[in-house]
Design a protein around this ligand. Structure first.
Ligand SMILES: Cc1cc2nc3c(=O)[nH]c(=O)nc-3n(C[C@H](O)[C@H](O)[C@H](O)COP(=O)(O)O)c2cc1C
Length: 168
């Protein structure tokens, strides 16, 4: 398998709308030596507080949320189209019910304490800066509230600094 190389964020190629919204990503965290990951297709990349950041949103029911909450860092992994089935699996089964990493055959590597997957083409190592649960009172577009949160399971928004980009 090709080796990862650290790349400057400014030199990163790719369109975030496609990478996140269409190709999807794995959000991966570690808690007490255990790693869990879930598929995400909502989020973004941008600039906040003078830092290059990513935005991800995680519902309270996701097992991965416990892992992201437990550590200072997490990773985002972008895999090619041949992993679509794997991404569907990570997005429909919970790590509470199955050892998804073992079942998928993905290989966990670490950058310091942050887990990520060897099979990814691109990995963003992220350091949490801010987390806030969406507040129903703050919806200007009431339709989004009704459409996406009939069970009131509001996402927590995480804003995290991208401290490293590893690319093959
Ligand atoms: C394409 C796709 C995108 C998803 N995007 C998100 C997301 O952005 N945020 C979220 O909380 N859940 C999202 N999910 C749902 C989680 O991936 C799913 O509930 C997963 O089984 C959670 O696993 P876990 O309990 O092991 O954390 C998505 C699922 C799919 C299939």
């Amino acid at each position: 398998m090709p080796e990862f190389k650290e790349v400057e964020l400014m030199k990163l190629e790719g369109n975030p709308f496609t990478m996140i919204g269409k190709d999807w990503m794995l959000v991966t965290g570690e808690k007490e030596g255990k790693v869990n990951a879930m598929t995400a297709s909502w989020g973004g990349m941008g600039v906040m507080w003078g830092k290059n950041v990513t935005f991800v949103v995680i519902r309270p029911t996701r097992y991965t949320k416990e892992f992201v909450d437990a550590a200072d860092t997490f990773s985002l992994a972008f895999l090619d189209e041949s992993y679509r089935k794997t991404l569907n699996y990570f997005g429909t089964v919970s790590g509470r019910d199955e050892d998804k990493i073992k079942a998928s055959g993905l290989t966990v590597l670490h950058d310091g304490k942050t887990p990520y997957f060897e099979e990814a083409d691109l990995v963003l190592v992220c350091r949490k800066l801010y987390a806030q649960k969406y507040d129903p009172d703050c919806f200007i577009d009431r339709e989004s509230d009704g459409k996406w949160y009939p069970e009131k399971d509001y996402h927590t928004l995480y804003i995290a600094e991208i401290t490293k980009a590893l690319q093959k």
